[in-house]
Design a protein around this ligand. Structure first.
Ligand code: DGL
Length: 269
């Protein structure tokens, strides 16, 4: 199976796009809901939690794991790929979602000025400016941390007064950094749920970009280039859902993300 990991429900926005382009593949989604959000936690904690989740996904039969979480991709991916993988599972692969997004984002902007909205961990890591620099050295990148957005989404507050207040505040701060921004990237997999509110705060000429489709098409490319991984993946079109919280909690929250009538199982590390 292809393992898809997020701190909570956000990775479901990536899973949805993956299933559209790879409908024949089997997926195993894992949300660490009991410990979400990750965004404001320390580097060490995010790394430790992510490694536990990746190991659990390997044990469940996922030779390929996608960290469908920018915070985990920013804070844990490189260490897992370079230090841990060679010891724990040298033939397995772990991919993040920052690099594939960075490879594309510069093609969308016309002014060459983009804005990034992400968690405190993602913004503090500097991963987006660094990765984007490789592919688009002349792109001007502004970033804004939105520490309260993930807790709002995890609690189902998608259109509350509080959600509107914090979305207004953080989007205004981003736009104030650079008036030439014409493309805003939702660099957190939870944020597409707040898209209607975010859109209201943006002038119409500014493009709002979510990562799901980009990550999905890059995964298709990856599997074509890596038949040794692709051949290990089951193709029965099934998806299994696991959570570190209770199945009831997960099933209820997942319905906000469009995953209705699913059956979730608990997983403890
Ligand atoms: N969906 C995660 C991301 O893309 C949210 C991280 C969190 O739990 O704060 O960064």
């Amino acid at each position: 199976m292809i393992g898809v990991f997020d701190s909570g429900f956000g990775g479901l926005t990536i899973l949805r796009e993956l299933r559209k382009v790879l409908p024949q593949y089997d997926f195993l989604y894992l949300g660490d809901n009991a410990r979400a959000p990750y965004g404001s936690r320390t580097f060490e904690t995010i790394y430790r939690y992510t490694l536990e989740a990746v190991t659990a996904l390997f044990d469940k039969g996922c030779p390929l794991v996608i960290l469908a979480c920018n915070t985990a991709s920013a804070r844990a991916l490189r260490t897992i790929q370079q230090q841990d993988l060679p010891h724990i599972a040298p033939n397995n692969r772990v991919l993040g979602i920052i690099r594939p997004t960075a490879e594309e984002i510069g093609n969308i902007s016309k002014t060459g000025h983009i804005g990034i909205l992400g968690t405190t961990g993602t913004v503090a890591s500097g991963s987006y400016p660094l990765e984007i620099q490789h592919f688009f050295p002349n792109l001007a990148v502004s970033q804004q941390a939105c520490p309260l957005w993930v807790p709002l989404v995890e609690n189902g507050e998608l259109n509350s007064e509080g959600a509107r207040y914090f979305v207004h505040q953080d989007v205004s701060k981003l736009l104030a950094q650079d008036p030439q921004i014409d493309t805003v990237l939702l660099a957190c997999t939870h944020y597409p749920l707040l898209e209607p509110l975010i859109r209201l705060e943006l002038p119409s000429q500014i493009a709002l970009v979510a990562q799901g489709e980009i990550v999905a098409s890059k995964t298709v490319e990856y599997l074509k280039k890596h038949p040794e991984i692709d051949s290990k993946l089951k193709k029965n079109g099934k998806t299994h859902f696991f959570t570190t919280d209770t199945p009831e909690f997960f099933e209820m929250g997942a319905s906000l993300f469009g995953e209705t009538q699913i059956f979730a199982e608990s997983l403890t590390f």
